[in-house]
Design a protein around this ligand. Structure first.
Ligand code: MG
Length: 257
């Protein structure tokens, strides 16, 4: 999982370095797929059939990245669409290495955007980090959602509720679900050895979302801008460890967690 996480981080860094007005989302996708396959990994999303809280399209997902622009929240399909200045571009990447998954997402700002849009992006990133900080052994899954919800509420943002974070391991989506809001009785106890993908999705408007005609792309119903950040983390005795950062340690001979 360290290797899968590290590769996903590399792919997002590659996308960041290539992201500019005029490049198409399809070109970014091809760069990402080439990087993953050259490293011996398989893209998690290509061929994914979806299900439950994680989206379900009309068939297999056709690409290696999800690229969602402005009011698109998640699951945008790369195409010949050009990136333009002033857009919020959310990129989600997944990789499988030796059967183990990594999953992460970032929202990038292309050129100048409104202060409001930038604050949405910064705050969603901050909420992800607050959610990760709450993922301590002995805490509950609900503590993650509470930390994320508190940050959204402070700013008056919408929290997309239809899609949630998840356990991750030999499948991309495993139990437990990790909501980005308070729900139920606090949820399952967090224990060392668990791996989670935490992924807040905030909007400048309401929390209602719909799906575009392609059957995959999730959009805000009110057309408001959305941002999405995600990391895969491992819970260790010492606390949460982010697996999907470029600086993630690759320890030779370490066990796969
Ligand atoms: Mg995910």
């Amino acid at each position: 999982m360290r290797r899968a996480g590290r590769l996903v981080a590399e792919v997002l860094a590659l996308v960041e370095s290539e992201l500019r007005p005029g490049i198409t989302t399809g070109e970014l996708d091809r760069l990402a797929e080439r990087h993953l396959r050259a490293a011996g990994a398989t893209p998690s999303f290509k061929g994914y059939l979806g299900g439950g809280h994680y989206g379900r399209g009309p068939g297999a997902f056709p690409a290696s990245l999800c690229i969602s622009i402005d009011d698109q929240v998640v699951h945008g399909i790369p195409s010949e669409r050009d990136i333009q200045e002033g857009q919020l571009v959310s990129v989600d990447a997944g990789a499988i290495v030796d059967g183990w998954h990594g999953d992460a997402a970032r929202t990038f700002v292309v050129g100048p955007v409104s202060a409001e849009a930038r604050e949405l992006v910064d705050t969603t990133r901050l909420a992800l980090m607050a959610g990760i900080a709450a993922a301590q052994p002995g805490s509950r899954i609900g503590d993650i959602g509470a930390a994320i919800e508190d940050i959204a509420m402070e700013k008056g943002y919408g929290i997309v509720r239809q899609f949630v974070g998840h356990g991750i391991g030999t499948s991309m989506h495993e139990e437990p679900q990790v909501p980005n809001f308070r729900s139920g009785n606090g949820g399952r106890r967090i224990e060392a050895g668990m791996c989670l993908a935490i992924e807040p999705m905030f909007t400048l408007g309401g929390d209602a979302v719909g799906v575009e005609a392609d059957g995959w792309t999730v959009v805000t119903r009110d057309g408001s801008l959305a941002a999405h950040f995600e990391h895969t983390i491992a819970i260790t005795e010492g606390g949460p460890e982010i697996l999907t950062s470029v600086g993630s340690p690759l320890v030779a001979g370490s066990r796969s967690i």
